[in-house]
Write a protein that binds this ligand. Structure first.
Ligand code: UDP
Length: 333
């Protein structure tokens, strides 16, 4: 398939990988990004338009210039710790900004919308495997803001015929195996890049956020999915919508994206040590507010309905690809 796809947050970690996957699938990804957290150097696979989602005039201009066939919406604030201390930033930056984008999308006559949601919308469910039907009880303003955007998409589906695929993803790791793009946040808060920083001395030690959780080794459990597999699902979801398989009368369809395997923080640290053959300096720390004990997904629906097959989502492969990028790459340095 072909055509322009407006990618918000295309200069960020997942968005930049999605742009590569879209380009490889025949689309032209048009990145719309404020560069507040994204990187200009990450925009390599299509045109770049700098802008804020709160700027409706700028959004309308970009829709008019490129006439996109669909929107993929990644731009978001996504740090749990920050969401706990500054919830207003999350409600404004995620919910208000997305409302603006959704209204601009509808005004431009675009019908297909792919949205990046999260397992943080679930909260704690006593370790059960989470799927599309699990009740969403977010523990922090990040998860709550993403759930609110999901609700908005349902409402605009009913009122305006907007068709949305919502991906609730679990923990994303790894990097483009060609190291053209990768994960680079400033400040960094995510586990895998922080482990790699500790390994190569960019930070003194990794702090383990909580060692008294009710899990086997006392640390939180997450389901890690390779960023390349994740963005493949987005392209499959987009094609699925455009082929008319989606909620054609307007509405949403939700897919969880994970592997179904849970890894504790200590297990990820051990895997990084063994893949790199280097030691990981670490220290035990207190729990981080807003963290769920265990988030593991069933992604049967994505596999069955979209034909999604994660190919690189083993822990050693994710760490290897992230490590290669870590050694070669980074932006702005
Ligand atoms: N974590 C940790 N130390 C860190 C960063 C993260 O122990 O310096 C833990 C965090 O508490 C969570 C897991 O690693 O249990 C994954 O956290 P991350 O921030 O990467 O993703 P999140 O689960 O918040 O989306």
């Amino acid at each position: 398939m072909s055509g322009n796809v407006l990618v918000t947050g295309g200069a960020g970690y997942i968005g930049s990988h999605a742009c590569k996957a879209l380009r490889n699938a025949g689309y032209t990804p048009v990145t719309y990004d404020s560069l507040i957290t994204g990187w200009r150097e990450a925009v390599k696979f299509g045109p770049f338009e700098q802008g804020d989602l709160m700027d409706r005039t700028r959004l309308d201009e970009v829709f008019a210039t490129y006439q996109p066939v669909a929107v993929m919406h990644f731009a978001a604030l996504s740090q749990v710790g920050e969401a706990m201390s500054q919830p207003g930033k999350y409600w404004r930056g995620n919910v208000c900004a997305s409302l603006n984008l959704i209204e601009a999308t509808i005004a431009a006559g675009v019908k297909d919308f792919v949205f990046s949601s999260t397992c943080a919308t679930y909260g704690d469910h006593d370790g059960v495997v989470l799927d599309e039907r699990t009740t969403q009880l977010p523990l922090n303003a990040y998860g709550a803001s993403k759930r609110a955007i999901e609700d908005m998409l349902k409402d605009f589906g009913a009122s305006d015929g907007l068709n949305s695929v919502i991906f609730r993803y679990f923990n994303v790791a790894g990097a483009d195996p060609d190291s053209e793009v990768g994960e680079f946040h400033q400040p960094e808060t995510h586990l895998v890049p922080l482990i790699l920083d500790a390994i190569d001395g960019k930070r003194l030690a990794l702090t383990i956020h909580g060692i008294d959780y009710p899990t086997e080794d006392g640390t939180c459990i997450r389901d890690y999915v390779h960023v390349m597999d994740l963005v493949d699902a987005h392209v499959q979801g987009l094609n699925w919508l455009r082929n008319g398989n989606g909620p054609t009368t307007g509405g949403v369809d939700v897919f969880c994206l994970g592997t179904g395997d849970g890894f504790s923080v200590r297990e990820v640290v051990a895997a990084a040590g063994s893949v790199t053959n280097l030691s990981v300096p670490m220290e035990d720390g207190p729990r981080r507010a807003g963290d769920a004990v265990k988030l593991v997904s069933g992604s049967r629906k994505a596999r069955e309905e979209l034909g999604w097959t994660p190919e690189r989502s083993t822990m050693p492969q994710m760490i290897l690809d992230a490590w290669r990028w870590h050694q070669n790459g980074g932006y702005g340095r």
